[in-house]
Design a protein around this ligand. Structure first.
Ligand code: TYM
Length: 331
């Protein structure tokens, strides 16, 4: 079957942007007939940012527990920790020998990091570790190692998937058809989910709503979402409201239609937010409980990931051999 693959890096608590931009579409695709899915914890990507062992451990388990709590079936999906599949790192090196430095200079994550260091006294590049610089190549290895066809992601990852394509093309051009050229899949209307302040929801902007926040705090955060200052009775535009955007993701079709009506005839933002909280909490109650349960028994998560890694390696090891013999690295 055709392979769908996506990963999440453990650099913060999973938030609504991650869920709606990547996890939900990935889980929806995983049940399609004719597809195979590979979903993973991108821990070595996380290491470019998190340099506190205990925090990193918690965050890594957090990603795994999130996927499982939301219904990922490890029997049907190849579900693993990136670091448990060393083949990916061998491929990472091979691919780096086919990636131009100029291409990496243009990568957004690197450029953003250089930008953040602009005010420091030192050479701007000193604030960027080589892991961050190589980030897109490791991600290309993640994707190409599994002959991935579709990569469900948020918009911020589109460039990375394009880089993976570019690298694959260079290799294929040199050694003949080897890698499949991956395509990204974004959800047009939620490819960039806005955060509390209206900018992209992102750990680095501190504007996130954690997916498994306790109900009280969740309501508080929802109430903080920035809205315009239209009076309660004024008609509101559902298409451009982040509250409605979120509502749509958690409500039934009928509820969405009814809510749209209410926006058009006038609903106060306070009420719209309360309704949003209700549908969100209704959906999240069970996964939240499952998440907390899993987080208190990490050995269960380890076992699932161990089995997943074995499955993953049964795919990657023969393919890596094939790649190595093409370039003539002794196998
Ligand atoms: P990460 O961990 O930053 O984010 C995980 C996923 O969440 C999406 N996302 C969003 N989508 C919509 N609106 C938002 N506000 C929002 N914020 C985050 C991201 O686009 C992403 O899909 N490099 C990747 C991890 C990775 C990966 C891979 C992904 C490593 N290897 C291979 C796909 C394939 C990352 O940092 O995602």
């Amino acid at each position: 079957g055709r392979t769908i693959l996506t990963g999440i890096k453990p650099t913060g608590q999973i938030h609504l942007g991650n869920y709606i931009g990547a996890i939900k579409p990935a889980l929806d695709l995983a049940v399609l007939p004719g597809y195979k899915s590979a979903y993973f914890v991108a821990d070595y990507h996380g290491l470019t940012q998190i340099h506190n062992a205990e925090e990193f451990r918690q965050l890594s388990y957090g990603i795994a527990a999130t996927w499982l709590a939301l219904g990922l079936d490890p029997e049907k999906v190849v579900f693993y920790r990136q670091s448990d599949v060393p083949d990916i790192f061998e491929l990472n090196w091979i691919l780096s020998c086919f990636s131009s430095k100029g291409l990496m200079n243009r990568a957004h994550a690197y450029k953003a990091s250089v930008e953040r260091n602009k005010n420091s006294e030192k050479d701007q590049d000193f604030g960027v570790n080589m892991g961050l610089y190589n980030y897109p190549i490791l991600m290309a290895a993640d994707i190409l190692m599994f002959k991935t066809e579709v990569v469900p992601v948020g918009k911020d990852q589109v460039q990375h998937v394009e880089i993976a394509r570019d690298i694959a093309e260079v290799f294929n051009h040199t050694y003949g058809e080897t890698f499949l050229l991956p395509e990204y899949k974004i959800q047009e209307d939620t490819a960039v989910l806005p955060g509390l302040d209206g900018r992209k929801m992102s750990k680095s902007y501190n504007n996130t709503i954690p997916l498994f926040e306790e109900p009280k705090k969740l309501l508080k955060l929802i109430n903080k979402i920035k809205t315009d200052s239209l009076p309660p009775e004024a008609p509101k535009d559902p298409e451009h409201s982040p509250i409605f955007m979120l509502y749509k993701e958690f409500a039934s079709e009928i509820e969405v239609e009814q809510m749209k009506e209410q926006y058009l005839t006038g609903i106060s933002w306070g009420d719209a937010k309360k309704e949003l909280f209700n549908v969100m909490n209704r959906f999240l109650e069970e996964p939240r409980e499952k998440y907390n349960e899993l987080m208190s028994s990490p050995e269960k998560i380890d076992e699932i990931l161990r089995e997943g890694a074995e499955k993953a390696r049964s795919i990657t090891t023969p393919f890596l051999k094939e790649i190595k013999s093409k370039v003539w690295i002794y196998v």
